[in-house]
Design a protein around this ligand. Sequence first.
Ligand code: TYD
Length: 224
Amino acid sequence: MSLFVTFEGPDGSGKSTQINLVVEHLSRLGYRVLCTREPGGTAIGNQIRQVLHDVSNTEMSARAEILLYSASRAQLVEQVILPHLAQGGIVLCDRYADSTYAYQGYGRQLDFETLRMITHFATQGLTPNLTVYLDLPVEEGLRRKSAANVTGEGEWNRMDRLELAFHQRVRAGYLEMAQKEPGRWLIVDASAPVDQINQIICQRLEQVLAVTSKQQSVASTKIL
Ligand code: TYD
């Protein structure tokens, strides 16, 4: 049973909390779960993450930015995600290619066809079975992130410093992508209580697990 689930959402939407709860839930059910994140998730990816997040890198071009996110993703897919899926495990990833479409596509307004081509090359065409989007008004996300920054729980990165209009385009972009592909996306109101959000995610996850396991057993019967 292999499954690839990604989590998206604005800064400060509580993705990490929800991912940890999902890991606990799936592990309790006996699944082999691997949890990773972008940018990063590998030694090389973590070095790239530092370059991407360094607030002093103000001169970084939008083209360099997309290639760095994609380089980190290519390494993660090949070194970590594909091998775990091949062994029949579940992979949960904190951000994936949809972040590129949202931030570099809708946010930076780079050409979508180019982004799709680069992303396809970097991911070897790997698409999530389910993408959970934790939706939050932009101002609330940034407020939460600043609060975490003050208490030392969060890091204020290069993207967080961009103007409100940028983050608003990113949010509208996520909502548009989710609307275009409802079978893959689950939109959750991130201002709801943590337990309630977790319940909604686990419910949908169990539906996806049931469908995917049926599809995979049909596929393996055909191979036999
Ligand atoms: P991170 O510190 O991981 O925090 P969070 O996921 O909680 O926001 O920040 C990752 C940042 O990188 C975030 O601002 C979104 C941005 N990003 C892109 O712009 N493009 C991408 O392809 C990815 C993966 C992330």
